[in-house]
Design a protein around this ligand. Sequence first.
Ligand code: NAP
Length: 263
Amino acid sequence: MLTSIKGRSAIVTGASKGIGKGIARLLAGKGAHVLVVARSGDAAEATAAEIRASGGSATASRADVSNWDDMRRMAAAVVEQRQGIDILCANAGMFPAARLDDLTPQGWDEVLATNLKGTFLAIKACLPSMKAQRKGRIVITSSITGPITGYPGWSHYGASKAGQLGFMHTAAIELAPHNITINAVMPGNIKTEGLEGLGSEYLGKMTASIPMKRLGSVKDIAYAALFFASDEAAYITGQTLVVDGGQVLPESLMAIEEMEKMG
Ligand code: NAP
């Protein structure tokens, strides 16, 4: 049983749906006040309203993580309403596929601006409050794709997700003296609106390649984020946690076939 996060103030970017919504719901369910952030203000408000309807505390903010002014406004609103920021889940991300022949410089910039620069901007905006409190918990949603694995069409995405970890390693050293931890969850294939957009053939074949034979749920990721946000994780910083049902483990298709023969 983790120490209560009741009353803590948390920001979750990209929380109108998918993994971010799962994290926001869980943190709010554990008593934190959550700011739900997305570019669609209506969708963010709908998620915040859903959380409030189930007894949690949540408000919404329309903000684009790739925009510095938006990030400053987001952090300032939480500091004003809640006197400080305890937890930031830098989760917003996009994964449009484009193979190298079709990947344009603009397509590259768009993915890096949201996934990598957006992670940096969200964190930078929250640091003054966390430093003033001499305490903070930052949880990045990275991926297995990039840091560990590759997949045709996601070279830009993989670069952004590996880049988040490179950023984190130095940020962890700079933030440790301020009692601020920064860690990353590395999801495998998690059933979200974004993943479902990749189509049923992708989802079916992907499920077959995962030793646990199921896609992850947003709760699987949310519990890992909750752990990094907890007091019990106070001495863990600059680290990663893979949550993928064993997806990165088989060394070949043959390993999966052998596993299936075992029944
Ligand atoms: P999703 O279902 O598509 O949801 C993405 C969320 O991010 C939405 O709330 C979206 O709302 C928001 N968002 C996108 N761009 C934004 C921006 N520039 N500024 C603010 N909010 C933004 O995606 P997901 O599958 O939950 O993925 C969430 C994170 O997990 C991403 O970082 C992704 O790389 C990572 N991840 C996912 C999987 C997976 O299998 N699903 C696996 C590994 C890693 P708006 O469009 O309204 O802004």
